[in-house]
Design a protein around this ligand. Structure first.
Ligand code: WTA
Length: 637
């Protein structure tokens, strides 16, 4: 029996070596000893990256919800599985035990069966961060339906594209959603989306805001009534390892979103094992990931990873700024959170606010801090470490992707040291490679290249729904026999990896490769700078020149002080990176266009810098489309 727990650096070295010496032996022992199977596999791994085809644990039978819920019931039935923290601070939080979760998932599963959902059917879930969201996901998995969660901040157009792409016939939504002091009418958005989705036969509506909604007869059904009458027992559907568990859309750099398809067994093994070790979760810990379940981080590290480990996981409905900027820290104090996992964009936003919002609260329960989603700049890292972790909580900077299913490169608390802006070392079983532009692997340390992964890992996405060709082209064509991540990375003298950003964000200036992230890091060190984004603009002599969009922490009108800041910025860059990285043009803008998951949309900034504003492409996923107009006015004077 081996759980392969990583508690010391020696454990890490030994297990890592084992996992790379004999990949199959390692993963099969881990899978066999730590998860519940209805039937074991015939082969551990079959793979061919040229097709690409990857099969893990073929022939095995299982259900992931048995692993997430049923197997904990006997010893931990009364333990809290989910703490729901509502948007309104004055509303009570809800504690859902494993046995209550079991009943609620079963009831929901029976409701789905009752409206005709069968194994393999796709179900679109468009819900806010309320317990019904986690329950709907698990209910689908229980009966073998493939869930496709769409973030409840997406517009009707984005929703209908996603519903149609995988031909969902069922949509689960709510009457509305509370976000800070706003109420969003989700049902109305669904109604608009469904004008373009004639195949949708049923819409299940959870009650949350009690907003007035219109029901389309024959199609729309109130969940409360159905749940009340449903049985709370539902046997598991026996699934094959490679049966799809879910589809999750991720935006490509261009074109329509890619429906990444995740398999059942491999995903389970990856999400479960990474969660336990990277967050060093101990039995009675309270774990909180602030992501939305509409993104992969929420799938793997709010729902599946924690529940597979019998953990207590918090679901927060609201936003970090409501009722004020102390909300996150208030929740940490209230629930005595031990592991806290968030995104750099949230850290930067909170760091801009008066420190009193942090210092009002007792954060002494915190043991581990995590960050994910984009490179974290050094200033934000240091603030997080000092003000939140009080210099005593290891920070896990976790690098991974929707496509990878689980964390791939990360430090491990008290095992692999944290280093600001570095994701550090590959997780067990993961073998990264840095590649040069000619397709050769770059060997040695202190080198930079395109980040690839050499061998399959269990939780990797198997395909893009309905478009295997695009899957192959996007991930397996740039470098022979390797999975290409689309990211660049630097490997330091110790072999630690620093993700430098998307490769399309690397700008070559006078033959020098410059990652945008380190330049932005340097700029963000300026006291008055809130955020920055660098793009490349074609330049006659240098090939490219650098264009910086800067947002300031406070408005400054005097031309003189603005021009001083520009000078300071270039000095900082010169100091941190070298004069080669100095910006040719700096523009102060009121905000940066961001996706709803908080990523800066560089594609748009690049186009504006190129003065190519008539064809900005798809802006439907932007959180703040208004800012684009303002930027255009400033740049194209
Ligand atoms: C970026 C989120 C630097 C990266 C889990 C990746 C990161 C993309 C980090 C995937 C990190 C994610 N440091 N960059 N710790 N984590 N990224 O699919 O560019 O939303 O390719 O998955 O985010 O974003 P996705």
């Amino acid at each position: 029996m081996s759980d392969y727990l990583i508690n010391t650096s020696e454990d890490y070295n030994n297990i890592y070596q084992k996992s790379t010496n004999d990949l199959e032996e390692f993963w099969s022992t881990l899978a066999k000893d730590n998860f519940k199977w209805q039937k074991s596999w015939n082969s551990v791994l079959e793979w061919d990256f040229s097709k690409p085809e990857v099969n893990w644990f073929q022939g095995a039978k299982l259900n992931i919800t048995e692993n997430c819920i049923d197997r904990h019931l006997e010893s931990n039935g009364d333990k809290t599985a989910i703490i729901f923290e509502p948007n309104d601070v004055n509303d009570k939080s809800e504690h859902i035990s494993y046995s209550q979760l079991h009943k609620r998932v079963n009831k929901m599963a029976n409701v789905l069966k009752g409206i005709g959902v069968k194994k393999g059917d796709r179900v679109c879930i468009y819900l806010p961060m309320i317990p019904d969201l986690a329950i709907s996901i698990l209910a689908c998995a229980r009966i073998g339906a493939v869930h496709s969660v769409v973030f409840a901040g997406f517009s009707a157009a984005a929703l209908s594209t996603r519903i149609n792409d995988c031909q969902c016939e069922i949509v689960i939504t709510s009457d509305g959603s509370f976000r800070g002091n706003k109420i969003l009418n989700l049902k109305k958005i669904v109604d608009d989306a469904l004008n373009d989705c004639p195949q949708v036969s049923s819409v299940l509506i959870a009650e949350r805001t009690k907003s007035k909604i219109e029901l389309k007869s024959g199609r729309d059904k109130l969940l409360n009534n159905l749940i009340k009458n449903a049985s709370d027992s539902c046997s598991i559907e026996i699934m094959d390892s490679e049966d799809p568990l879910f589809i999750l859309y991720t935006s490509g750099s261009t074109g329509k979103p890619k429906g990444m398809v995740h398999s059942t067994a491999g995903y389970m093994v990856g999400a479960g094992y990474t969660f336990k070790n990277i967050f060093q979760y101990q039995n009675n810990d309270i774990y909180w990931c602030t992501a939305d379940i509409g993104w992969i981080t929420g799938h793997s590290y709010i729902v599946y990873g924690p529940l597979l480990n019998g953990a207590t996981t918090i679901m927060f409905e609201g936003v970090p700024s409501y009722p004020d900027y102390g909300r996150f820290w208030k929740i940490v104090q209230k629930h005595k959170v031990n592991q806290f996992y968030t995104a750099p964009t949230a850290i930067r936003a909170l760091a801009k606010e008066p420190i009193d919002f942090v210092n009002r609260y007792d954060l002494s329960s915190l043991k581990v801090l995590g960050t994910v989603g984009e490179p974290i700049n050094e200033e934000a890292w240091k603030w997080y470490n000092k003000e939140i972790g009080k210099n005593k909580c290891p920070i896990v900077d976790t690098w991974w992707q929707t496509e990878t299913g689980s964390i791939m490169i990360s430090s491990i608390p008290n095992v692999i040291e944290s280093k600001p802006t570095y994701a550090t070392l590959p997780f067990i079983g993961i073998q990264p490679a840095l590649m040069d532009e000619n397709g050769n692997e770059i060997i040695g340390n202190n080198v930079e290249g395109r980040l690839c992964i050499k061998f399959p890992w269990p939780s990797m996405a198997r395909t893009i729904w309905g478009d295997h060709k695009r899957y192959k082209e996007t991930y397996f064509s740039a470098f022979k026999n390797k999975y290409f991540t689309g990211d660049g990375a630097y490997r330091d003298e110790k072999g630690f990896y620093r993700i430098t950003g998307r490769v399309d964000d690397v700008i070559i200036v006078s033959g020098h490769n410059l990652g945008t992230a380190p330049i932005e890091d340097a700029i963000n060190e300026h006291d008055l700078v809130a955020e920055s984004a660098i793009v490349g603009v074609p330049h006659e002599i240098k090939g490219n020149s650098l264009f910086g969009y800067i947002t300031l922490k406070q408005e400054l009108d005097s031309e003189e002080s603005l021009s001083d800041i520009k000078k300071d910025i270039n000095q900082l860059i010169s100091k941190q990176i070298g004069p080669i990285a100095k910006l040719d043009r700096i523009e102060f803008v009121p905000g940066l266009p961001k996706t709803r998951s908080g990523k800066i949309m560089r594609r748009i900034l690049r186009k504006i810098a190129h003065r190519d504003v008539n064809n900005l492409g798809d802006v439907s996923t932007l959180l703040n489309p208004d800012v684009v107009k303002k930027i255009i006015e400033i740049i194209i004077k």
